[in-house]
Design a protein around this ligand. Structure first.
Ligand code: NAP
Ligand code: ZN
Ligand code: ZN
Length: 364
């Protein structure tokens, strides 16, 4: 798992964009990555999505960020080198890396393909790797990762529109499956129509469920219904609409990035319905047990990304069912404006940085 001392002695120059302090702007940054170890895959980054978690991390919302921080965990590109023990990909293959690049590989979670819940899970950026170095993400020219954390992109999957599947996609696919929310005959609500939310709508539909979007933005109604495939739309501020939908949903995926009231959402659930929280605001929520949860034996749960086996399954499912993200492709030097726009939910529905064509021009 760890790389040899020799690998660490021969680091490879790398270039990306980093924030050097909490809430700081991103700017060009030189750093280094380890040499390709026996179990590693090295790839040239072509595209990288901008997740709201990148913004939380740059701002140090969770108090866990290590600076300088090179964000980016929806990373796709082309393999340039593989270690001698790597069988699953070869030079020239299109691959991706999502939110994690390491785990202990010995605990119950790792043994059950749930590396995402391993206590030793290592995040793609702003984490400490096995060799003691700080990890850096995909707003950079190349990546190197242990092959277990590398996903193979099917030929039919466009790289720019497929990149957001690596975090946003798996984060909604995994709970839709695990909690059994998106099956034929089920009615699922999706709260927050952003990067995660719009993919939740597409996956829930592809899995056969009836889908209702619950949004604060009236302006997203047309697209939700006519482009993304939702069956109905609720404006969360419209009490009449919310009242009418009381007790109609089997489950809800809540993707909102800020604290908000849960009571109106729990009321939408049928008895035994499940509200699954995937948004990650830094502050706690208020939860009213009686009557909200107790009446109807309702549940509130959580979920974080997905294991690597399920991530590959999700990518293959997406390729088969034509599920990709709606993206706004931007050059590297637009990233600070994109972050500002993301903070005010002004993106339809994911920014993706064209690293391959725009990063080199910003080199120091
Ligand atoms: P995003 O693109 O910004 O989407 C969030 C959506 O939430 C917005 O488009 C907006 O939708 C709604 N919203 C924003 N602020 C709101 C507020 N104050 N009140 C009500 N609704 C609000 O973000 P994202 O990339 O999808 O990420 C969403 C959250 O999931 C973030 O907190 C992120 O860190 C977290 N996340 C968690 C995981 C995990 O593993 N659990 C993985 C990835 C991301 P409307 O305009 O439709 O209301
Ligand atoms: Zn993410
Ligand atoms: Zn483990």
């Amino acid at each position: 798992m760890a790389n040899s001392a020799e690998d660490q002695e021969h680091p490879v120059e790398a270039f990306g964009w980093a924030a050097t302090q909490p809430k700081g702007l991103l700017s060009p940054f030189n750093f280094s990555r380890r040499a390709t170890g026996d179990h590693d895959v090295r790839f040239k980054v072509l595209y990288c999505g901008i997740c709201h978690s990148d913004l939380h991390a740059v701002n140090n919302d969770w108090g866990l960020s290590l600076y300088p921080i090179v964000p980016g965990h929806e990373v796709v590109g082309e393999v340039t080198e593989v270690g001698k023990e790597v069988k699953k990909v070869k030079v020239g293959d299109k691959v991706g890396v999502g939110c994690m690049i390491g785990a202990c590989h010995a605990c119950d979670d790792c043994n059950n393909d749930l590396e995402n819940y391993c206590p030793g899970m290592i995040l793609t950026y702003s984490s400490t790797y096995h060799d003691g170095t700080v990890t850096h993400g995909g707003y950079s020219d190349h990546m190197v990762a242990h092959h277990r954390y590398v996903v193979l992109f099917p030929d039919t999957m466009p790289l720019h529109a497929g990149a957001p599947l690596l975090c946003a996609g798996i984060t909604v696919y995994s709970p839709l499956k695990y909690y059994g929310l998106a099956e034929p005959g089920k009615h699922v609500g999706v709260v927050g129509l952003g990067g995660l939310g719009h993919l939740a709508v597409k996956f829930a539909r592809a899995l056969g469920a009836k889908v209702t979007v619950i949004s604060t933005s009236h302006s997203k109604q047309d697209e939700a219904l006519h482009r993304l495939g939702a069956h109905s739309f609720l404006l969360s501020s419209d009490q009449h609409q919310m009242q009418e939908a009381t007790g109609t949903m089997d489950g809800i995926i809540d993707t909102v990035s800020a604290v908000h009231s849960l009571s109106p959402l729990i009321k939408l659930l049928k008895s035994h319905g499940k509200l699954v929280m995937v948004g990650a605001p830094e502050k706690p929520f208020e939860l009213l047990v009686f009557p909200d949860l107790a009446m109807g034996r309702k549940m509130v749960g959580g979920s974080a990304i997905g294991g690597m086996k399920e991530t590959q399954e999700m990518i293959d499912f997406a390729a088969k069912h034509n599920v990709t993200a709606d993206v706004e492709v931007i050059p590297m030097d637009y990233v600070n404006t994109a972050m500002e726009r993301l903070a005010r939910a002004d993106v339809r529905y994911r920014f993706v940085i064209d690293i391959g064509n725009s990063l080199a021009a910003t080199k120091l």
